[in-house]
Design a protein around this ligand. Sequence first.
Ligand SMILES: Nc1nc2c(ncn2[C@@H]2O[C@H](COP(=O)(O)OP(=O)(O)OP(=O)(O)O)[C@@H](O)[C@H]2O)c(=O)[nH]1
Ligand SMILES: [Mg+2]
Length: 322
Amino acid sequence: MSTSTIPVKEFFTIARVFGAFYDLYSLERGRVRAVLRGRLRNFAAKERHPFVVGDRVQAMESGGEWAIEERLPRKNELLRKSKEGDAQVLCANVDQVAVLASLKNPETKDGFLDRCLAAVHLAGVIPLIVFTKSDLVDQETVAHRASVYQNLGYEVLTVSCQTGQGLDELHSRFSSKTTYLVGNSGVGKSSLVNVLSDRELQKTSQISLSTKKGKHTTTNSNFLVLDNNIILIDSPGIKEWGILHLSKGEILDSFPELRKHKELCDISDCCDAGPGCKMLLSLNQEADITIERKKSLESMLASLENPFRITRRDHLKNESKP
Ligand SMILES: Nc1nc2c(ncn2[C@@H]2O[C@H](COP(=O)(O)OP(=O)(O)OP(=O)(O)O)[C@@H](O)[C@H]2O)c(=O)[nH]1
Ligand SMILES: [Mg+2]
């Protein structure tokens, strides 16, 4: 009698993508390496990012090799889009996004944070703002940066991998959830994974002494299962968060201080930010939005109008060319 068993499909989560290869994770199997079943390559050709970290898939083993057979519908996806081309899907099916903003070395600007929060809002995912490297600045700076976002109703934590500040709170905030860690290069995403897991799971490196920026050490997103049902997705550092996949109305809607004016709007479910838009009109009332946040909003709206505009940084780059 034959002892061979009929192969069955099993559920996995995509943990890492390496070109044509995929690391899949399940509680029963741990991590296995897989490829796409032939017919799925057509599906892959239609969508730009059909299989990303966090995607739930079914896979089957045959002759010692795993192949992805099917992708399950996504509960959410986080996107960014710069200039021409399709939007990039960064991850799928997460419970929350931890937006890491470094207080110093490198200092994450509020403008970056605001773009990131807009994209997270559109994804329908809850953001958690984490100010990192609190050991490098004074308490006044920490309190000021945190209060801007706390006053808007965001959940904000301040941490340091050096002194351990805020790590217990972060640990419990991550417990039983899948969290995508995002931020500029060098803000300490991988360091946080290592300190919370008490293992060197991810490679880290010092920021550049000359530019005070990170060196893009993490190159692929990685789905990591820690104790306490904590799942963290470490990701490559982001230079610019393009928001061209958002409409004007969606950008306005991502600002909590403007969102309250939407309730006064007579038209439900509109949000095309036309001339009578209550959110746009409220921009003229100083009490409603700070000068910094207004500037940030204007810069986001300007990038929709003119995605190819030349920035000061572009000028500097061109000047330094021989
Ligand atoms: N002083 C201080 N340094 C930190 C802290 N957290 C991380 N660092 C340092 O910051 C540098 C960059 O940390 P990484 O964890 O590699 O940063 P990353 O965000 O993963 O960077 P990429 O992978 O390039 O996106 C390392 O030298 C860390 O030791 C902190 O809380 N305080
Ligand atoms: Mg990293």
